[in-house]
Write a protein that binds this ligand. Structure first.
Ligand code: HEM
Length: 402
């Protein structure tokens, strides 16, 4: 049975979940009308795509406009992501950065994260209310990734502007003018990274960019300027945009679910599972793209060689074939870590450890410092329009002034 679905309809994007249910139940391999694009929505099928990198490799750049492409070619560097290439190089690139954002690699960052959280809360704790995204969820990950990569803190405002332009293509198809505007911004950002990298070459410090300019790919050659720029811009964007959305959604889920704040405040071991459930329910990256390397048949649908395949992590995360009672926050869920908010397998997010740490330190500090934390009635809980990313527009919260 075929159902009409418009994935670019703002109402569908505002509340994806009934559409995901419809896709999972009736069109688990859904061809977007008028496009060579197939959307995969069941958990097992997304996993199948992720596990078969030979059939579904990562694709190339999505710049369509000739004018935009000329800006990259003539004044900047091609938009690519060495961290997302296919095997065998993928592992070699990932090994250069993974250690900074997971496990013990995060220990040196912890005092900086703690002091940044504390000073952001200081700025509004006496006010009794705050718009959380602007005053906390945006500046926190931005300050942290700026610090870890080794960019000057005073450049943060400009860096955020470039970062917002960089992610615009994820909102959906852009007009040519928009693509040109994005290209102008991204190329400025690329030159900024090139200048910063040159400075780190002369005067290295204890940061990721200094490590990249001195790294050896496969233990043999230095990274090219193009590789350094495109690895760094992906880390910068990955490091701030999605964690902002995750922090805001997590607080929204926490405060909208009766009894949950008290339960977590009284038992802080529940912060970690709560963060996983919030990521599962309101995944900041709703889905990403692969390409079919040859004709592949799935659920009776032939995905032709060369077609774009969109794996919808957020639809998989609410698949009742995988998660019991998927719409509910269940802190003792058996398979709580099997969600796909950070993807799974070879391409799973290298920043997941950093993001989890930021979220858990932030939630603990907010719960410690702000009494009677609650949602304000000023909220309409609408999201920024977007095909790939899920981001609340605003989140007003109230609390007892400190
Ligand atoms: C809540 C926060 C985050 C979410 C939801 C998220 C989500 C994801 C997802 C779903 C992927 C998989 C891409 C794919 O399937 O092709 C990914 C990859 C990636 N993420 Fe994140 N991410 C987050 C935070 C971060 C942070 C903090 C960083 C940087 C420190 C980062 C950097 C990257 C990079 C560079 C990749 C590409 C990895 C590869 O293809 O091997 N992300 N992220």
């Amino acid at each position: 049975m075929s159902h009409d679905v418009n994935l670019y309809d703002p109402d569908v994007q505002e509340n994806w979940y009934p559409t995901y249910q419809q896709l999972r139940d009736h069109q688990p391999v859904y061809k977007v009308p008028g496009a060579n694009l197939f959307v995969i929505s069941r958990y097992d099928d997304v996993l199948y795509v992720l596990r078969h990198q030979d059939l579904f490799p990562t694709g190339s750049s999505f710049v369509r406009s000739d004018a935009a492409r000329a800006i990259y070619d003539e004044r900047g560097w091609e938009r690519m992501n060495p961290l997302s290439v296919n095997p065998p190089d993928h592992r070699l690139y990932r090994s250069l950065v993974d250690g900074f954002f997971n496990g013990e690699g995060l220990t040196p960052a912890t005092p900086f994260i703690e002091s940044t959280i504390s000073s952001l809360i200081d700025d509004f704790a006496k006010d009794g209310s705050v718009e959380f995204i602007d005053r906390f969820a945006t500046p926190l990950p931005l300050a942290i990734i700026t610090h870890l990569l080794g960019f000057p803190a005073e450049d943060m405002e400009q860096l955020k502007a470039w970062s917002s332009a960089w992610v615009l293509p994820f909102s959906g198809p852009l007009t040519d003018d928009q693509e040109v505007w994005v290209a102008e911004n991204v190329v400025e950002f690329q030159h900024y990274i090139a200048d910063q990298a040159a400075a780190k070459r002369r005067d290295p410090s204890d940061d990721v960019l200094s490590a990249l300019v001195h790294a050896r790919f496969d233990g043999t050659r230095p990274l090219s300027e193009h590789e350094i720029i495109t690895i760094t811009d992906h880390l910068y964007i990955g490091g701030n945009e999605t964690t902002t959305f995750a922090l805001a959604s997590a607080l929204w889920v926490l405060l909208r679910t009766p009894g949950l704040l008290t339960e977590i405040r009284d038992d802080r071991t529940k912060v970690a599972p709560f963060i996983e459930e919030a990521l599962r329910l309101e995944s900041p990256t709703q889905g990403l793209f692969r390409v079919a390397s040859r004709d592949v048949e799935l659920h009776g649908v032939t995905i032709p060689k060369g077609a774009a395949v969109h794996i919808r992590y957020a639809a998989a995360n609410r698949d009742e074939r995988m998660f019991d009672d998927p719409e509910r926050v269940l802190l003792d869920r058996e398979n709580i870590l099997r969600h796909m908010a950070f993807s799974l397998g070879a391409h799973s997010c290298p920043g997941s450890g950093l993001s989890r740490l930021e979220q858990s330190m932030a939630l603990n500090a907010l719960i410690d410092r702000l009494d009677d934390l609650r949602l304000s009635d000023r909220n309409d809980y609408t999201h920024q329009p977007g095909f790939v990313l899920r981001a609340l527009g605003e989140l007003h919260i109230s609390f007892t002034p400190e």
